[in-house]
Write a protein that binds this ligand. Sequence first.
Ligand code: HEC
Length: 203
Amino acid sequence: MSIISLSALRYIRKLSLSVTLAVSSQLLVQPVHAADPGVEDLKEVLQSQVALMKPELQEKVKGLSTDTKMILMSILAMHNRYSDRATLRQVMTEILADFQSILAGIMTDNPEHAADAARRLANHRIPVGGLLPYLGMENINDERLATLEGFNSTVEGNALKLAEAADAGDMAKAASLLTNIATGCVACHTVFRGQPGVSDLLR
Ligand code: HEC
C-alpha cells in the first residue's frame, strides 16, 4: 500500500466516522420512525436484497448493528437506479466510464457534458443484491462496513460538487475535484478489493 493511499485511508476513516455519527444522530433525533415512508421504502429494499443472499451471508447481515444497517440505508437513499442483473464489477465499469466521461467534458470545456456524467456517476446503479454480496464474507462486519459511508460520500459527494462547479462554469474547480473522487475510489479498493483478474493458473 502506498503512502498516499494510507493517508487517504486515514482521512476517509475520520470522515467516515463523522458522517456515520451525523447520519445516526439525524435518524435518531428527527422523527424518523416506522411510519416514515422513506425509511420504510429503504427497509424494504434492504430486505429484498437480503432475500437474494445465501443463508450464510444472510446470517452475517442480520447480525450487523442498527448503526451499520442505517449506513447501508443512507447509501441506498442516495441512489434510485437498481439493477436486477448487473454485478458490482459491471457497475464499477460503468462508474469508470462515467469518470472518464467527466474528464472528457472538462477537457473539451463542456460543462453540461461534465455535469451530466458526474451526476450519473453519483447516482450509479445498485448491483443485484446490493453491495454486500460482492465485498467478501471477511468484510461483512460493523467495523469494516462503517468505512463504506465515508467512501461513498467522498466519491459521490465530490461528484455532485463537481457537477455544481461545472454548472457554475468553474471548470478549474471541477478539474480539482477529480482528485478527490479518485482518492475515494482508490481508498475503497484498498479495503474491499484485491488485485483485479488475478489468475490461479500462475505459479
Ligand atoms: C464502496 C467501495 C468502492 C468505491 C467507492 C469504488 N469502488 Fe470500484 N470496486 C469496488 C469493489 C469491491 C470492486 C471489486 C468488485 C468485484 O470484482 O466483484 C471494485 C472494482 C472496480 C473495478 C474493476 C473491475 C474488475 O475488472 O475487476 C473498476 C474499474 C473500479 N472498481 C472503478 C472504480 C472507480 C472509477 C471508482 C470511483 C469513481 C470506484 N471504483 C469506487 C469497490 C469500490
